[in-house]
Design a protein around this ligand. Structure first.
Ligand code: NI
Length: 144
């Protein structure tokens, strides 16, 4: 069994602001990340899959197929976009890296079976790097 991790990058802007909290509470909680005009990040996304070696190809995952899935579901809708304003799921959900991780995982899972028809590879986890100091990780089995 192989574990394969593929790394992608996109740039996006966002604002951390919770509709469940007052203006003051948002400012206190999120600080400069609550700036009404937003700010940007160069995100790194790592997608980890697991599968046996296919003896015919010598590979555990067709990376070209995975790339196209990530391009269509993640990079194209997120890269150089404002997450709050342009991604419907973040209209009211705060686009923290945790919630971004959930959403990326959800999008990949939702489209996984039509992308990889067989039993393998399976989606294992995704990791998001938002800044040089933060890595956020979510297991595919942890979400619907
Ligand atoms: Ni931010």
């Amino acid at each position: 069994m192989f574990h394969v991790t593929r790394r992608y990058a996109f740039s996006a802007s966002h604002r951390l602001h919770s509709v469940a909290l007052s203006e003051e509470a948002n400012r206190a909680l999120y600080g400069k990340c609550n700036n009404p005009y937003g700010h940007g990040h160069n995100y790194i996304v790592e997608v980890s899959v697991r599968g046996p070696l296919d003896p015919a190809t010598g590979r555990a995952v067709d990376t070209g197929v995975l790339d196209e899935l990530v391009r269509s579901q993640i990079l194209s809708p997120f890269d150089h976009h404002n997450l709050n304003a342009e991604v419907a799921e973040f209209a009211e959900v705060v686009p923290t890296s945790e919630n971004l991780g959930f959403e990326i995982c959800r999008r990949l899972k939702r489209n996984w079976k039509r992308t990889f028809a067989g039993e393998w590879p399976v989606l294992e986890k995704i990791r998001i790097g938002e800044t040089a100091r933060n890595i956020f990780e979510v297991g595919a089995h942890e979400i619907e």
